[in-house]
Design a protein around this ligand. Structure first.
Ligand SMILES: [Zn+2]
Length: 191
């Protein structure tokens, strides 16, 4: 039974983006459908990588492709970055959850990743350059770490109004949710 999954990108400050994601337990049809829909969303949004929490799923799944060629599609399930090495490189990094914001982020050039593929096979590989950059960015999402957390104070200042605008837009789109959260906080204070 094929399900027609369609995902939207969760924008900052969507709360799921702050959650630590759970490992995938089943390498089944549902996982394949999820990954297929994640690639579709990534391409539609003209991204080079996407993490499951960005489509509202608290699962340790990353999809990426540093090129335009679909044969370079890379799926990393339950990934672990076992080593980071090489020169520290500054790169203008964007994120589909932070539309319009690009910030200079410093990361090591190389990373070694242990991850499962779609068939449940565990592999370990070293990546460098742009692919390594994407993996390190997307991996952060699985830990609830975001672009804004990697910014230097100067970068944060530079993007202050754009970040505030995202928060305003988020709240405006969800008045009920924001009111419920405020009520919850109020309740917590009284306890
Ligand atoms: Zn991102």
């Amino acid at each position: 039974m094929a399900r027609n999954l369609e995902f939207e990108v969760v924008l900052y400050p969507g709360p799921i983006l702050r959650k630590v994601s759970d490992p995938v337990a089943h390498f089944d049809e549902e996982l394949r459908a999820t990954v297929g829909a994640m690639f579709a969303r990534m391409r539609k949004s003209k991204g080079v990588g996407l993490a499951a929490p960005q489509v509202g799923l608290q699962q340790r799944i990353l999809v990426l492709n540093p090129s335009e060629d679909e044969k370079n599609d890379l799926v990393l399930v339950n990934p672990t970055i076992v080593a980071r090495a090489g020169e520290r490189v500054v790169f203008d990094e964007g994120c589909l959850s932070f539309p319009g914001i690009y910030a200079e982020i410093t990361r090591p050039d190389r990373c070694t990743v242990r991850a499962y593929d779609l068939s449940g096979e565990l592999t370990e590989r070293e990546y460098a350059g742009f692919t390594s950059r994407i993996i390190q960015h997307e991996y952060d999402h699985l830990e609830g770490v975001l672009l804004v957390d990697r910014m230097t104070p100067a970068e944060k200042l530079k993007h202050k109004s754009a970040l505030e605008e995202l928060v305003t837009r988020y709240k405006r789109a969800r008045p009920a949710e924001v009111a419920a959260q405020a009520a919850e906080r109020e309740g917590a204070r009284k306890e």
